[in-house]
Design a protein around this ligand. Sequence first.
Ligand code: NAI
Length: 316
Amino acid sequence: MESTRVTIVGSGLIGRSWAMVFAAGGFKVKLYDIAQQQLTTALENIRKQMKELEESGFLKGTLSAEKQLALISVCTDLKDAVEGATFIQECTPENLDLKKKIFSQLDLIVDDSVILSSSTSCLLPSKLFTGLKHVKQCIVSHPVNPPYFVPLVEIVPHPETDPSVTERTYALMKKIGQSPVKLNREIEGFVLNRLQYAVISEAWRLVGEGVISPTDLDVVMSDGLGMRYAFIGPLETMHLNAEGISNYCERYREGMKLVLNTFGPVPEFSGEIEQKISQAMSEKVPAVPKHLGARREWRDDCLIGLAKLKKQMKSN
Ligand code: NAI
């Protein structure tokens, strides 16, 4: 992995973040996009972010912002972009036909050793990679936004992915300071979104049934469950909240099943409940770019602080 050269395909929100994470790890990065203007904007944005992070002391890695920037180059020719690459991270829009087209273009020009990795949030590897000549080298590495501060990466192999590709991808993610997890097989939503959707759907039902207001529902997570979930997961929570898992199950299994059996069907996420939640959220943060942008900045500042705390606490 020492000689790893990374190519990022697509220089939008996620492509830029990956470029920054890899540069922080000391890797040379080639950023490819179809439009030169998009690349120019991406580089300007990366420079601005890195300078700000350096000033506030949150720049990752051991190199200065200037040195990290010098590791990133841009390119609008796909063949040139992948020349010498040992790891390619695709970050184009979430559209199956577009991604399939890009992977078949890559399939024609790459060698037998490069890893072809996709950032897709929800497209299954079997949909993306089946039929490619280099399918054994293909994998999904699903990041969480913003990857610079939220380190989780879900690594999801295609049924035909070579196990060594999974291992090499896992090792690379570790090396750049991300927190990879391996899925043993593909499944809709991977794991993060399955957990997230379980929470969202019960939140939706509780608000829809008038049990709690939308804003109070969010407080249950931000000042309740979420406080511990940044440090320990639901399974370790069980372990610690009793004298171990078995004791927890003994004490709470019937109660959990009783509650779970009262859960309603999958919500429609539309109509009156949507209106109600939308109104409550918009009263708090108006749904216009200025206010949403300011709130996102605040969220990212919180995540920076949390990342720092997690490092101090050595929580992993
Ligand atoms: P984006 O829309 O910000 O960026 C997409 C980029 O791809 C643009 O720069 C566009 O010019 C470029 N592009 C379009 N067609 C191309 C082509 N044929 N070849 C090369 N580049 C091309 O999208 P974003 O948000 O960065 O998402 C990228 C991927 O990351 C998606 O698959 C998305 O599901 C995934 N993802 C997104 C997250 C998010 O929160 N935005 C979180 C985790 C994954």
